[in-house]
Design a protein around this ligand. Structure first.
Ligand code: NAD
Ligand code: UDP
Length: 313
């Protein structure tokens, strides 16, 4: 028997891949989105599916729905977008998460919170383990997102302790793949589109900062394993690919794979940009039997193929 599942932020990059998997496994899926960074085109392929509905709604406002599970993803994820209206980003994380936890409490649904590696800030521990409390500037340009997600985690754990809400908390590390927005500002989509369009690849700072990139299908598998673990494992758990690359290495890979003649140019490093990031995924391996399968080269090839088609459209 399928479950009734609410996916907030379901029209976004990760959300649409998650909806696809949930539908394929026979669930009823309600995608809730205000379409800030999400797109109708991301969910168009499900329209007419007998087990799919979508609702235009902002999670800042309460809503009543009868569901068994909530994947709570609604929140802009790219610095360009979460910094566009920082107070609204904070409201999305705080009021939005409280509303969704309230809904889960009322209907006794299990809720998975999509938290982030950003809660570690510019980490002083490397690689990052879940017991590290982080190094976050509370008043910088990234704080609306970082601190918003930190309080969202606090809310999840307080609803769990105080009201016995069945929660799951995942900390997602940089994820990429088809259906990213071209103008989202994230490094993978920026470099690929710049290379395909013959524009300069913009490296911020020296390009020595590192990130660890997880292909979206790997992430979705981890999210579903976490949601459906019946051992009462609440998390938080890191979900990401531990392969660590500098932005210069990423740019070179994109240039090689696209065969582009674009040049690399250097731009100012944004304030508080984390220097290194790499997940320790021992806990996910132990508790969920999960680890990513798709290496960066393979994932990049799939993502480049997607953008090549989009740009030719
Ligand atoms: P995205 O911006 O593509 O998707 C977010 C979705 O939420 C969009 O469809 C957007 O329209 C919707 N949304 C935003 N605010 C909303 C609101 N107030 N009410 C209703 N809908 C709202 O981003 P994504 O990469 O798919 O990220 C999904 C989740 O995963 C986010 O919570 C993000 O913080 C988290 N995450 C993502 C990454 C990553 O690398 N992609 C890394 C860490 C955490
Ligand atoms: N970055 C870059 N060029 C770009 C976009 C981003 O060099 O065109 C850098 C950015 O400064 C950061 C890294 O790439 O060091 C990852 O940026 P992104 O916004 O994708 O994710 P986040 O910083 O949130 O991890």
């Amino acid at each position: 028997m399928g479950k009734r599942i609410l996916v907030t932020g379901g029209a976004g990059f990760i959300g649409n891949h998650l909806c696809e998997r949930l539908l394929a496994e026979g669930n009823d899926v309600i995608c809730l989105d205000n379409f800030f960074t999400g797109r109708r085109s991301n969910i168009r392929r499900f329209e007419g599916h007998p087990h799919f509905e979508w609702i235009r709604h902002d999670v800042i406002e309460p809503i009543r729905l009868e569901v068994d599970q909530v994947y709570h993803l609604a929140c802009p994820a790219s610095p360009v977008h979460y910094q566009a209206n920082p107070i609204w980003t904070i409201k999305t994380s705080v009021d939005g998460t409280m509303n969704m936890l309230g809904l889960a409490k009322r209907v006794k649904a299990r809720l998975l919170l999509a938290s982030t590696s950003e809660i570690y800030g510019d980490p002083l521990v490397h690689p990052q383990t879940e017991d590290y409390w982080g190094n976050v500037n509370p008043i910088g340009p990234r704080s609306c997102y970082d601190e918003g997600k930190r309080i969202a985690e606090t809310l999840a754990f307080e609803y769990h302790r105080q009201h016995a809400v069945d929660v799951r908390v995942i900390r997602i590390f940089n994820t990429y793949g088809p259906n990213m927005l071209e103008h989202d500002g994230r490094v993978v989509s920026n470099f690929i589109c710049q290379a395909l369009r013959g524009n300069d690849l913009t490296i911020y700072g020296t390009g020595e900062q590192t990130r660890s990139f997880c292909f979206v299908s790997d992430l979705v598998e981890g999210m579903m394993r976490m949601m459906n673990n019946e051992a009462g494992f609440v998390g938080p758990v890191n979900l990401g690919n531990p392969g660590e690359f500098t932005m210069l290495e990423l740019a070179e890979k994109v240039l090689a794979q696209t065969g582009s003649g674009s040049k690399i140019v250097y731009r100012e490093l944004p304030e508080n940009d984390p220097k290194r990031r790499k997940p320790d995924i021992s806990l996910a391996i132990e508790k969920l039997g999960w680890e990513p399968r798709i290496p960066l080269d393979e994932g990049l090839a799939k993502t480049i193929a997607y953008f090549r088609e989009e740009i030719a459209r």
